[in-house]
Design a protein around this ligand. Structure first.
Ligand code: GLN
Length: 367
């Protein structure tokens, strides 16, 4: 029904536009009146009245349950093992949440279980850095180059003459974090936490034991920070930049929080729960663009082809994907594939994208 209504509205608009264009060609005076009349009779759809979801809430709940049942038995992949705290995650935990741009949250399974953001913090670190420095400076200081290498690659830091990075992989995210304003590490951490809280619409906090474990196993991050520093691409002292970055990675969220953070991006930077404008529409768009380029690391190409949505993963097992102007979907399931992305999250979001025809580059069939 809804599809039909959308199609009918689309056809009505196409007809009005076509009619107006034809009249314009014939008689410019008349055309003005026709345009004014048609606008009065049939005002453009009020976006607040266009449903953010492609189905009713009951249908969405049913679909999420179907997907949860369908994939809960899939146990491919392995939980992260870079430190004991990461390795202790429950491999069977599985939650799915959707948050819409009009503030609804629909979820199933372990959607209220807390897990660390890890690399899911990267789009938000980039957002704050964009707010502090502007887009031009970030393109100059860090770049948005799809590396095609695994998230922690040192090779990716050597291949390009400019040595510029991507904000969605480890080295780029550390560089991004080092540009965030603040007179000392405490102030930088506090500003970052406040920014993440504004996206989540509640006071999410770092998980102390995650932060301690990340700091005790931070040689990879430090190595990347020193290489960046060697190339004059780090804008803070290496240890402080890594500390600031891993502090953001340690912030605990639920799948529902992550969906709301994503819905804030889907909503052009306004949190649908608190109604706060967290970032400008231009910054939200830039965050989403960076997610398309490398949000799923070296699996971003196949992801775009199969799913067609900007997305980001974290080593904790969370993934979120964004349908601009509609909603965000977040999945938590800690078993990872060889790219470091949650296996079930890929399955769930790909299935949903196919069911609801969410691929952003799909062209609607002509009528
Ligand atoms: N703490 C991680 C890091 O070393 C985050 C990694 C990830 O989530 N892929 O950068």
């Amino acid at each position: 029904m809804k599809e039909l209504a959308h199609a009918a509205r689309g056809r009505a608009w196409a007809f009005i536009v076509l009619a107006s264009v034809c009249v314009t060609l014939v008689d410019p005076v008349l055309s003005e009146r026709v345009l004014a009349d048609s606008a009065a009779e049939s005002a453009p759809p009020d976006v607040s009245q266009v449903d953010a979801l492609p189905a009713s809430v009951a249908e969405v709940e049913r679909t999420l349950s179907i997907l949860h049942d369908k994939f809960r038995g899939h146990d491919d992949g392995a939980v992260a093992s870079h430190n004991d705290v990461a390795a202790a995650a429950d491999p069977n935990a599985f939650g799915i949440a959707i948050a819409t741009v009009d503030g609804r949250v629909i979820s199933v399974g372990d959607s209220k279980l807390t897990f660390p953001l890890q690399s899911l913090s990267k789009p938000f670190l980039f957002g704050l850095a964009l707010k502090d420095n502007g887009i031009e400076a970030m393109l100059r200081k860090v770049g948005v180059y799809a590396t095609g290498f695994p998230y922690g690659s040192l090779t990716a830091m050597e291949v390009r003459a400019t040595k510029l990075q991507n904000p969605m992989v480890s080295a780029g995210a550390i560089a991004v974090t080092s540009t965030i304003a603040g007179s000392n590490i405490e102030e930088k951490r506090a500003r970052t936490l406040h920014f993440l809280q504004a996206f989540a619409g509640r006071d999410v906090e770092p998980i102390r034991e995650v932060y301690d474990a990340e700091m005790a196993s931070n040689n990879g991050s430090l190595a990347r920070a020193w290489v960046l520093s060697h190339y004059d691409l780090l804008y803070a002292e290496p240890y402080a930049a890594v500390d600031h970055y891993l502090h953001a990675c340690s912030v605990g969220v639920t799948a529902e929080d992550l969906a709301i953070m994503g819905a804030t991006l889907a909503n052009g930077g306004v949190n649908p729960k608190t109604k706060e404008r967290v970032v400008s529409a231009e910054i939200a768009r830039s965050q989403l663009s960076a997610m398309v380029t490398a949000g799923m690391y070296d699996h971003s190409g196949p992801w775009l082809l199969r799913v067609g949505l900007p997305a980001k993963s974290g080593v904790s097992g969370g993934v979120f994907a964004i349908v601009p102007n509609g909603f965000a979907i977040a999945v938590y399931s800690p078993r990872l594939d060889t790219y470091g992305n949650s296996v079930r999250a890929f399955e769930v979001i790909k299935d949903l994208s196919e069911r609801w025809k969410l691929h952003l580059l799909a062209v609607a069939p002509s009528q």
